[in-house]
Ligand binder design. Structure first.
Ligand code: ADP
Ligand code: MG
Length: 726
């Protein structure tokens, strides 16, 4: 019995404990936020002035008063220890795309041989992890181990429970001693600030004196696969690359459409409930769960929050999905394309802007005044996407996501905006609005007309669009399943900030010159729509016609990561990000380097794995089978019967095996190619052009062998098993 058969047997006889959480006994309401140092806890435990000062920082972005740090840290420690915490950690988001943490105990030995517990304000505010081994793209040579973590008070500290106690987790930024961002949180916070500043100018034109701050909101929907751990352990490619590098198309895939919104298998449901319970404790407002399109694929979606918090919570969601799956004998795959030939996993990034008084700025509203303001913000977004589509594209690039974007799957790498019929019609009317003397005279007039009700129901959805308006928010659908949403939102916030800046400057001048605001808007928007409308597309994004049409319109189509990376260090990108103080040129250069290197490393690992699995698992199985067939050919020949069909099988099998071996040889050659002088980007190009094709060739032959070799000899769990045996 080989590993694959053992896996199936283990699954068939396994018993899982599905009663770890019991919502009949634990009330949802008691669970939610129970491990968070949230406003309510702060209110209870902090002296009033300290509470007030901290809230001002959190809610209005006021600079943190350093003198309150000690009071906050002590309260945090006492609260945490009561919940079993022994350690604290500054959690940060380095350029690995994951979260990082180093734990320190509260314990402090005293001279008397005893110990006290301590957690000072200094330890809360700043940490110095010995974190020299994270990618920094040249910003920090590894011998200068100095990178600082800085407390982010806008994302509340929380308790992470472990089997033996708990850890107090403090969300932080990670920056070099020269102040450069080494992480994904710092630029996101900077971009939110940039957007707030520009959006406030628009609001003030509209006479809003209440709002003190605008923040962006994000609700990221996460797709993922769950397969049995026994299969996972028998697939070195899943363990080390996160995706299958071999596996022939199963007879049954997703074509029956019997999975989407289907009943959720019991073990999966228990795992989901457990994940949700853990997330509730951390105050992550997960709301929706359902089966996705592909077999064994699921989705979890939260209620939206401020982008910074939503991003931290999204990282926690990915982490807890993985960890909880393990408890149920499952492996959670977040990779963008774990299985070829069926849907991959994305992350729909629902995005909007909101005031601190709770007004969603992409909500059309009911009055002409609200509508006018909505149209300004909406056109600002359209203009931003039209002006910087390549930045959005590169923000979701990566070797993994290349298997979705621009490959045979949704959405395409061409960035376009879907508005839906009603809003498209409004925008069309507005575009013509400047020409007052037109035939019907029935055009939208800013500050006078009331918009038609924009539909928010699922019927009007365009599932194929990478960037769609969905009633009161935009949905950026190109983000990959395993990616942090931080990068895409940093770009989105910055490009919209630039648009709002442009519009505010224009309107301010007009109003100052004595023009009525509505008139000024009516004069400005048509031109903006004209220059941006090439990005608007309401049709099917998958079709060949759209790709041709997009090319005609001059929309960029950066098909893969390597094509898109140079955008990061283009002059206009550097100017944009420097102007709004989101990334410095040095930071952009470093990120370009890190992403190029990451591409090379990812494809290199996949190439090595393909070669190794090919040589040590598939080839031996194929050779064994070849031996069996050869024996049968000889035996039938000796018996004097017609064995031409068996001889033919032996021949074609031998040809495929030989080609397979040759293919592995070529792949090894491509992997062994060293060019000492190239930049990381040159290497990335090489890997795309030589290693990937060689890998694909080996895979095609390996998959062909899977369809020929005797099933009892085949070592790797197949697609038909991994996706359907639960
Ligand atoms: P729909 O039915 O249009 O998909 P939902 O309310 O179900 O709308 O939302 C889908 C996702 O969009 C959820 O994760 C939700 O939190 C998020 N979302 C809703 N409103 C906003 C908003 N204003 N900003 C950001 N995300 C939002
Ligand atoms: Mg969606």
């Amino acid at each position: 019995m080989n590993l694959r058969h053992q896996a199936i047997q283990a699954i068939a006889s396994a018993k899982h404990n599905l009663n770890r959480v019991d919502f009949k006994k634990t009330h949802l309401k008691d669970l939610f936020g129970s491990n968070v140092f949230n406003e309510e806890v702060q209110h209870q435990l902090l002296p009033k002035p300290v509470f007030k000062a901290l809230q001002k920082t959190i809610k209005q972005g006021a600079p943190l008063d350093p003198s309150i740090a000690d009071a906050v840290s002590t309260a945090m420690k006492d609260w945490a220890m009561e919940k079993g915490a022994t350690h604290f950690t500054h959690m940060f988001q380095p350029m690995t795309g994951l979260t990082a943490e180093k734990h320190d105990t509260f314990l402090q030995p005293t001279s008397s041989g005893k110990a006290i517990t301590e957690f000072s304000g200094k330890e809360l505010v700043r940490g110095e992890p010995d974190a020299s081994s994270f990618p920094s793209g040249g910003i920090r040579a590894t011998f200068e181990a100095r990178g600082y973590t800085a407390w982010d008070p806008t994302s509340p500290a929380f308790i992470l429970e472990g089997p033996n106690g708990a850890t107090l987790v403090i969300p932080t930024c990670f920056i070099s001693w020269t102040g450069e961002a080494l992480d994904k949180k710092t630029p996101l916070l900077r971009s939110m600030e940039a957007l707030s500043k520009q959006a406030m100018r628009i609001l003030s034109l509209f006479g809003n004196t209440e709002a003190k701050k605008v923040f962006t909101t994000v609700g990221p929907e996460q797709e993922y696969f769950l397969i049995d751990k026994n299969f996972y352990y028998a697939r070195p490619d899943l363990i080390n690359a996160g995706r299958t590098l071999f596996g022939c198309k199963p007879p049954k895939g997703q074509e029956l459409e019997d999975q989407y919104f289907g009943t959720i298998p019991e073990r999966v449901l228990a795992c989901m409930a457990d994940t949700e319970a853990e997330l509730f404790k951390l105050g992550v407002p997960v709301k929706t769960r359902h089966n996705e399109v592909a077999p064994s694929q699921y989705e979890i979606a939260p209620i939206f929050e401020d982008s910074n918090l939503a991003t931290d919570h999204q990282m926690l969601t990915m982490d807890l999905l993985r960890r909880t799956a393990d408890k149920y004998g499952l492996a959670c795959l977040l990779h963008e394309k774990p299985f070829a030939g069926i849907n991959g996993s994305g992350k729909h990034n629902n995005w909007s802007m909101s005031t601190d008084t709770g007004e969603n700025l992409l909500n059309p509203g009911d009055t002409p005044h609200d509508n006018a303001q909505f149209l300004v913000f909406c056109v600002a977004v359209i203009r931003a996407v039209a002006k910087y589509p390549e930045l959005l594209r590169v923000a979701v690039s990566g070797a993994h996501n290349d298997h979705r974007l621009g490959a045979n799957e949704a959405p395409p790498a061409i960035i376009s905006v879907f508005l839906g019929d009603q809003l498209q019609d409004v925008i069309d009317q507005l575009e013509k609005g400047a020409a007052k003397s037109t035939k019907q005279g029935g055009f939208m007039e800013i500050g006078v007309s009331v918009l038609p009700k924009l539909p928010r129901d699922a019927g009007d959805r365009n599932r194929t669009s990478p960037f769609a308006f969905t009633g009161n928010k935009f949905e950026f659908r190109a983000v990959g399943g395993s990616q942090s949403v931080s990068g895409p939102n940093t770009v989105l916030n910055t490009i919209v900030a630039e648009s709002l800046d442009f519009i505010a400057t224009n309107l301010e001048a007009a109003v100052k010159g004595g023009k009525d605001l509505n008139k000024a808007i009516q004069d400005l928007l048509p031109g903006l729509i004209k220059e941006s409308k090439k990005v608007l597309f309401n049709g099917d994004n998958y079709t060949e016609e759209w790709h041709k049409e997009a090319e005609k319109r001059g929309l960029p189509n950066l098909k893969n990561t390597v094509d898109s990376l140079p955008v990061i260090i283009r002059k206009d990108s550097i100017e944009l990000f420097s102007k709004y103080k989101v990334y410095s040129e040095r930071e952009l250069q470093s990120r370009y380097l890190i992403l190029s290197e990451n591409y090379v490393k990812t494809v290199n690992i996949e190439g090595q794995l393909t070669s190794m699995i090919g040589r040590t698992q598939i080839l031996p199985a194929a050779l064994r089978y070849q031996g069996e067939v050869a024996a049968a050919v000889n035996a039938t020949k000796a018996a004097g019967v017609d064995n031409s069909a068996q001889a033919e099988l032996l021949k074609s099998l031998t040809v495929t095996i030989s080609e397979f071996q040759k293919g592995i040889g070529e792949l090894d050659k491509a992997l062994g190619h060293h060019h000492a002088n190239g930049t990381p980007y040159d290497h990335a190009k090489y890997y795309r052009d030589h290693v990937l094709p060689a890998m694909n060739h080996v895979r095609a032959l390996g998959d062909k062998l899977e369809g020929i070799v005797a099933d009892d000899l085949w070592p790797l769990p197949s697609y038909r098993e991994m996706l359907f045996i639960k």
